[in-house]
Ligand binder design. Structure first.
Ligand code: FCB
Length: 446
């Protein structure tokens, strides 16, 4: 394969999220989050795993920042735990929670690594869930208060902010599929929650601007690349509906200030969208400085013969990785070019992409995750093709820096470039870490 070079200043990074790595769930005044509650629900998480200890990053953060140095990256995407900063419904700010992120940001800067801060990576304070959570409009104002508290403390040192991670998962996996916290299975609640998540994003963008934010502000969505399984008209129509559900319900309001024209029909038995108030969509479409894209899935879609009005089916991937997801780097190229052609000219960042494997330390002490190396290589080349095709792509952050708590899959699936032995908390570089470090240092692939 031919050598490729990335533009000067291209941002190579690594990504994590608070609940997945921090542990220390009841330290320094942290309140419970919806994931502390959900992970304890019998049957909710594989093997009943919780994030109580996770990677113990709360205590081992300095050593973890050193891993980033070894990895040769210029940036680190992490999330702030809302329940550390505002543990309760009374809105009181917990300074000790902010202290942790203050140290983390300084630790990054001391190592020459640029912080990219996600404000919401799914760990809503349980106290707010008890008041209705994302189904409740006032949660949007609580999010703004929290965002301003974090900005007040870290704003002088953070060049990249992301309001939300993956509103699709927070709304639909959490409130419709019930596989994620808060574990609800009601579609009307899910669509309401989605609207409030997007509104919280828009309000936070406006509030951060009013607060004089100097860093760039964006949001991260997980996007898919759907294709009809056959040329059959019913499959093509089903693909349009799945695309509404997985992509356009986010992209249209964020970048066009409107829900898709086919949304009322799709949701006609579910909701009349009366949760949308005057002015909401203008707020949601508040201009962002950049857009984060998480890419994991390319889908082949079939009509559901039992439901030709709403129904779609994802065709199971013939070569699934653990967790059932296939490997389709070309889908990343499709998503990046689509967003830049159809939706926005702001710079794009791949804020996540990655592969779950059952990595293990072999008898020679090596972790030979060659499948992950091949996965990254394919996706890095796909990202480069998008650049060649004119996409303003400015960064690439694999998921994840290290193995961690993979939500409903607990510790059963490993996504990291560093292997974590949960019994001893030992971190070891996998082959993918060595491979990625070479890429990040060279800013090129040989
Ligand atoms: C994404 C999440 C991230 C991680 C990866 C595998 O949906 O944003 O936290 O779990 O999937």
């Amino acid at each position: 394969m031919s050598a490729i070079h990335f533009p000067d200043g291209f941002l190579w990074g690594a990504a994590t999220a608070a609940y997945q790595i921090e542990g220390a769930v009841d330290e320094d005044g942290r309140g419970p989050s919806i994931w502390d509650t959900f992970s304890r629900r019998p049957g909710a998480v594989l093997r009943g795993d919780t994030g109580d200890i996770a990677c113990d990053h709360y205590h081992r953060w300095e050593q973890d920042l050193d891993l980033l140095v070894d990895l040769g990256v210029g940036a680190y995407r992490f999330s702030v735990a809302w329940p550390r900063v505002v543990p309760d419904a009374d809105g009181a700010v917990n300074t000790r929670g902010l202290d942790f992120y203050d140290r983390l940001v300084d630790g990054l800067l001391a190592r020459g690594i640029s912080p990219m801060v996600t404000l919401y990576h799914w760990d809503l304070p349980q106290a707010l869930q008890d008041l209705g959570g994302w189904a409740e409009r006032t949660t949007t104002d609580r999010f703004v208060d929290y965002a301003l508290a974090v900005h007040g403390r870290l704003g002088d040192r953070v060049p990249h902010w992301l309001t939300l991670n993956e509103p699709y998962c927070a709304a639909f996996v959490g409130h419709l599929e019930g596989r994620h916290a808060p574990g609800l299975t009601d579609e009307a609640t899910a669509v309401t929650a989605l609207h409030h998540l997007l509104l919280a994003h828009g309000k936070a963008v406006e509030a951060l601007r009013a607060d004089g934010v100097t860093g760039q502000v964006g949001i991260t969505c997980n996007l898919t690349s759907p294709h009809p399984a056959t040329a059959d008209e019913a499959d093509v129509a089903a693909t349009t509906r799945l695309d509404l559900y997985e992509n356009r319900m986010f992209l249209d309001p964020l970048f066009r200030g409107a829900y898709p024209a086919d949304a009322p029909a799709y949701y006609r038995d579910v909701t009349d969208f009366s949760f949308v108030h005057d002015g909401d969509l203008a707020t949601i479409a508040a201009p962002v400085d950049y857009f984060g894209i998480n890419y994991y899935e390319r889908h082949l879609v079939r009509a559901d013969p039992a439901d030709l009005v709403r129904g779609w089916q994802r065709v199971p991937d013939p070569h699934p990785t653990p967790g059932g997801i296939g490997v389709h780097p070309e889908g990343l190229h499709e998503v990046l070019t689509r967003v830049s052609k159809e939706y926005t000219s702001v710079p794009l960042v791949v804020t996540e992409t990655g592969i779950a494997l059952h990595d293990y330390v072999d008898p020679n002490g090596e972790i030979r995750d060659d499948e992950r190396v091949a996965f990254y290589e394919g996706h890095v080349r796909a990202a480069h093709r998008a650049l060649e095709d004119g996409v303003d792509l400015v960064g690439f952050f694999p998921w994840s820096l290290m193995d961690n708590y993979e939500w409903a899959w607990g510790y059963g699936y490993r996504f990291g470039m560093y292997h974590v032995d949960y019994a001893t908390q030992t971190r070891r570089p996998k082959r993918s870490a060595h491979w990625f470090a070479q890429l990040a240092r060279a800013n090129a692939l040989g």
